[in-house]
Design a binder for this molecule. Sequence first.
Ligand SMILES: O=C1O[C@H](COP(=O)(O)O)[C@@H](O)[C@H](O)[C@H]1O
Length: 232
Amino acid sequence: MTIIKVADESEVISKLSTYVEKISNDAIYNRGKFYIGLSGGSVLKFLCESLPKINTDWSKWTLAFCDERVVPEDSEDSTFGVYKKQLIPKTELTEKQFIVLKQGVSAEAAAKDYTEKLKLAFNSEEFKFDLLLLGMGPDGHTCSLFPGHPLLSETILKVAAITDSPKPPPERITLTYPVINAARNCIFAISGAGKADMVKRILKDKEDLPSARVKPEGSLYWIVDSDAAAHI
Ligand SMILES: O=C1O[C@H](COP(=O)(O)O)[C@@H](O)[C@H](O)[C@H]1O
């Protein structure tokens, strides 16, 4: 694990640009494609600012979601809805490159459908992402994997439904650890004093919280600004 401490949110954003540019270009050079998993919450804002700055072959990108809320695409809670408005117009990406949630079905049906879409995208039963961009909530959750939730032990499903998310909205789908931990790279991007206690509990005290269970086969990076890193 590599912990990268930076001054502030703007440096989190520029560090993210550097890493995503390098990892995407390495993947495209070595395998001709780049598979990335995006998160919502604060990471969404960081990515909408950092991704347009990078130099890459956008046509080789396939973008999926580490988690997504089961809401209409035009809802402000829809993670894809925000990327559609705030990222796509600033890059050469097209909507077709995003693997999106099926609309108008239950969380369980959406998770099954998302699994099938990932099988097609990867042309495999194994979903090996080049990069997952992750956020961490103040309770230590990542993706839609929350402390104490039974989904933390999921080993069969690759994409699971959750209908009792403690953070609204309650219905979501999420990648599970077998997929997360198969990734070639995972990056957490964390900013602000509101995350400082949890950053300490995970990175210093090594508490067994959802974000601490991200231990990919590949590389793990935590980009943390000085407010979030205040206690480590
Ligand atoms: O609900 C969610 O929360 C986490 C963390 O969000 P943050 O705003 O505290 O950074 C996010 O990573 C996840 O994708 C999202 O659905």
